[in-house]
Structure formats: structure tokens, C-alpha cells
Design a protein around this ligand. Sequence first.
Ligand code: MEV
Length: 438
Amino acid sequence: MEGNINGFSKLSKRDKINWIAQTYFSNSTDIVELIEQYWNSDEELQKLHDEFIENTITNFYLPFGVAPNFKINDRWYTVPMVIEESSVVAAASKAAKFWSERGGFKTTILGTEKIGQVHFIYKGDKNKLVEFIKAIDKKFYEDTTSITQNMQKRGGGISAIELRDKTADVDNYYQLHVTFETKDSMGANFINSCLEQIAKTLKSEAVNHIAFTDEEKAIDVVMSILSNYVPNCVVRAEVSCPIEDLKGKDIKEPQLFAEKFVQAVRIAEVEPFRAVTHNKGVMNGVDAVVLATGNDFRAIEAGVHAYAARNGQYSSLSHASIENGIFRFWIDLPLALGTVGGLTSLHPMVKVALKMLQSPSATELMQIIAVAGLAQNFAAVKSLTTTGIQQGHMKMHLMNILNQFKANDAERVKVVAHFEKHVVTHSAVVELLESLRK
Ligand code: MEV
């Protein structure tokens, strides 16, 4: 069978699956069975998921775990995390417990401003354009009233519309740089609808502007779209304690630990190769909660990494210091999140996640997610600078290896008991399994 097809989206779900099975698999019956096994038996629930996107053929499971004991601004949270990486939830839980015994996490919202832009081409006198935009500023707000009125009732809306001259970069290129407050919604649809109306107003007002020449009247809008770069929608999360208080089961020499930890963070601040992996550790925590709460993890990833490179070189998102005997570790993260709208009111497990977090506002969720990122980063850097990462990582990965080799219950008990006292490596697990099976 050929690998291309016309009208695929119009096929029934079963026909889509059959086509995939027959085109790409020799054992098509088994594949159809497997795909269908992942359907939910509750038809209404399945239909809900089918309709999230086009051409749904089945569901794709990821574990939904929880990390308890997060003390954030003196309030307790159990944090839902959707992630496949074996050690992440365990590390988050461990870091949460560690810091809950040392004052907990503190957070501050540094800003909540979102951005959108109308990119346009104007061929003519810049001063005339500046005067024109000033003159129609009010009209932008009037023409978007039907879109903004509900948001305004909740305290949000368009905060400012600014003309930016970008002609040094691209011939005749200007933009309307628009700032928004979107309260508890992520605001993507709201922002894009406002921008498209602003672009319409820009074009139609230009045509009637008597001071413009015909060429100046012909403003050409290239595109109108929100920006996922939100350097003024930022939350800070931090932990701190006297160095002596760091002492614990895994930290015997707190002064040495603190110094090495600060060095490791400093390396991530100055060395992009390390910074990327350091920040990946942060995003292990961030993405897991972003996914569990039905937020857009691609938007968050794009925005966070742009922020990490805002000074011209990609750098660490977190920072650490020792001052007057106090160890401090903190992170600033740009997070455009929503707790209303989108998947948050549709996906049943997202609703569970949000309820578990005590129905947070968007700014509360920013704080929880920044803490999850900082906790994850703390756990990773602590392991890296003490035992090394593989000890904990492989311990958690043990179950995956056992599953890969289809270990039975008796084998599992024996292997797990053995590796309580030995270092887990893939080959050591395989060797032990083989010897048990002889
Ligand atoms: C693995 O998923 C994340 C780490 O590599 C992060 C780090 O190196 O800081 C352990």
C-alpha cells in the first residue's frame, strides 16, 4: 500500500486506524488491537479527547504523579506532575521535604504583563506615522471593546499600544507593540483577537487619513500575533537558610556543600553547554506541572529559553549565593499561564490537578510552577555535586529495566533487594536477571 492518501481526515476513526495498520504494519490485527486497547471505554470521555485535535486515533498515556510536602509561603501543596522520566517526581518530593524543614519556599510575582504585536509595512514619512498612531490610539481601544469588555470586568485588558520603528532591521518595517493584562487566563485567544482588530483599525483608519499620500495610506499588515516571550511576566522563587542548617542525612559538611553548589551554579551562569543541561533540570519540574495543569508547554519552553538568553548569551535560570553565613538559591522564570479557559475547563485530569492545588489563580500557579522548577534544579545540582546523578537516577530506572526484560514478581523482589546495597547499572541488572533465570 502507498504511504499517501487523500481525504484522510474524512475517514471514520476505525478506517483511519485500519489504513495506518495496513500501510505501516505487517501484523495489522495486533496493531489495531493495541491501538484500541488505549481507547477509553467511557464513550463520552473518549469523544472529549478525540475532539481536542484532528485525526485522533487513540490516547497516549503519560504517568500522572504527585510530589507532596511543598511548603510555599507557609502554605502546603501536593504538586501534580505529568512526566515520563523516572527520577523526577522522587527528586521533587525529596527537595520539597528538605526545604520544608528549612523554612520552605518563598515566592514573589515580579510582573504579569503579556505582549502581542502587529507587524506592518509603511512606506513614507515617519513623523506622519507617529502623529497618525497618536491620533487613532483611542479608536484602537474603542474598536476592541466588544473583545475586551469581559476581560476588563476581571481587571484585565489592553494596557498600552506603542509604535516601534524597526526600519533599521527591515525596510519600512514598524510594529504596534501591545501590552496586555489577562488575569487568570493565558490569554492567547484574547490577545490574538485584539491584535487582529487593531490591525483592521490600523488599515482602515490609514485609508481615510488625509495627511497621508496614497502610498502612505496603503499600510500593509504582515501579521498580528502574541509573543511567547514574556520578560515582564515573571515570578521569583527562592530558598535560604543558615549554612549550618543544610546539614542532614546526605550533607555531612554543609560549608563545603554550599560552596560547591554555588560553584556549580556559577558554572551554569557562564558556560552555555552546562547552562542548557542545568536549565533542562529546571524544566523537568516546570513542564511536568505545566502539563498536569493543561497549560501550553511549548509556549513556556520557548519563552523560558529566550529569557535565559536575554543578555546575549544563554545562561542559568537559577542563581545561588553565600552571604554572611546564609545560603540562598533562587530562580526568576517568565511564565504565561492560565487557570481558566482552554484545557483547564475541559480535561478531567487537569481539573483534578487544579483542585489538588486548591484552585489557584494564574499568579498562584506561576509561583507553584517556579517552585517545582527550583526544587528540581536543587535536587539535580545537589546530586551532581555530591553522589553524582546516576545513583538516584538508575535506582528509579531499575523498574524500567525490569519491565523491559519482563521480570516476574519473584525476580523483581530479588533484584530490588540486591540493588538496595549495590550500584544499579543496566548490565548489572541484566547479569543478575540472567543468573536468576539459569
Ligand atoms: C536530567 O533529566 C536532568 C539533569 O541532567 C539536570 C542537570 O544536569 O542539572 C540531571
